[in-house]
Design a binder for this molecule. Structure first.
Ligand SMILES: [Zn+2]
Length: 303
């Protein structure tokens, strides 16, 4: 049987101000690698969720130990191949819109790069060398010619040189980490002075969380720390970054995707009706409650 471990509010460094938001809703034996596969139809299992009354952080505690979570991710499958183009387009648009932030485009790294679909967008956007880190062996197996540039495993073990990247991106991954602050500090170290980190995470104060409450897919056993604009900015600053911009992400996906992810009743009936109308592939842009952030390693810093 698993022994669970406690986590602590990242912003405050203590659980002195926390209150239970939701109770854990599963038995440990219910967990398997399938539940840890990105963008699967969610079972809505979540740990006990705590909310810090002081800083508004929401996080899972207690959780499975890191080693057990690592095994579940390693065995997970990439099962969202159909939406890859849409996801990549949703994320790269902000790089183009904020082109002035990216004066140097020699080396970019993506943490949690899956099969490298966003790395290809970065290449198109002019980044000369792209690298990725991804724990899922199934996802890396689908990366084609990028395979040699992807480290299969966890970021902590990847061993990149300090001050060596112009840009580091990490999408829908920060909230899966047991130690996001440590990872942010590591990213800080790897960026060149003046380099930019680009994250996208679920917004715990977003529309989806407001509408669906505990049924929202953001309350999920995969998510350890959930962020809002304030807490995401504050932990970035704790790691030494300057916050350049925090913004809402617009995702444009086929209707079939939105239906699959939405926690709605009679889903198969609704999906059937939409299919009958020939609208399953229709692309719809929604602000589902994701935050993007651009943060910068100061150009001159004392280390
Ligand atoms: Zn706090």
């Amino acid at each position: 049987m698993s022994s669970f471990i406690d986590t602590t509010c990242l912003v405050c460094g203590t659980n002195e101000y926390t209150k239970v938001k939701f109770k854990q809703n599963f038995l440990p034996e219910n967990l398997n690698a399938n539940i840890f596969s990105a963008r699967r139809t969610t079972e809505h299992y979540h740990y006990q969720m705590l909310e810090c009354q002081k800083c508004s952080s929401v996080f899972s505690s207690p959780i499975l130990p890191q080693e057990q979570i690592a095994v579940l991710y390693k065995e997970s499958k990439q099962n969202y191949d159909n939406e890859l183009t849409c996801i990549a387009e949703s994320y790269i648009q902000y790089v183009y819109q904020n082109a002035t932030l990216f004066r140097q485009k020699d080396r970019a790294l993506e943490i949690g790069c899956a099969s490298g679909f966003f790395l290809r967008e970065l290449q198109k956007a002019g980044f000369k060398e792209v690298f990725g880190v991804e724990p899922s062996e199934d996802a890396v197996a689908k990366s084609g010619d990028l395979k040699d540039y992807i480290f299969t495993g966890f970021f902590e073990n990847a061993g990149y040189a300090r001050d060596s990247f112009d840009m580091i991106s990490c999408f829908q991954t920060l909230d899966h980490l047991i130690n996001p602050l440590e990872v942010l500090k590591k990213i800080f170290e790897l960026l060149k002075p003046g380099g930019i980190a680009y994250f996208i995470v679920h917004n715990e104060k977003g529309l989806q969380a407001k509408i669906f409450g505990e049924k929202s897919p953001i309350y999920d056993v995969e998510h350890i720390y959930l962020f809002n604009k304030s807490t995401l900015s504050r932990i970035s600053q704790k790691a030494g970054f300057e916050v350049v911009k925090v913004f809402d992400i617009k995702n444009t996906y086929p209707l079939s995707y939105w239906l699959r992810m939405a926690p709605i009743p009679m889903k198969s009936t609704v999906t059937g009706i939409v299919k009958g109308m020939g609208l399953l592939n229709k692309r719809i842009g929604i602000y589902p409650g994701n935050i993007g952030i651009f943060i910068r390693k100061p150009a001159i810093h004392s280390s």
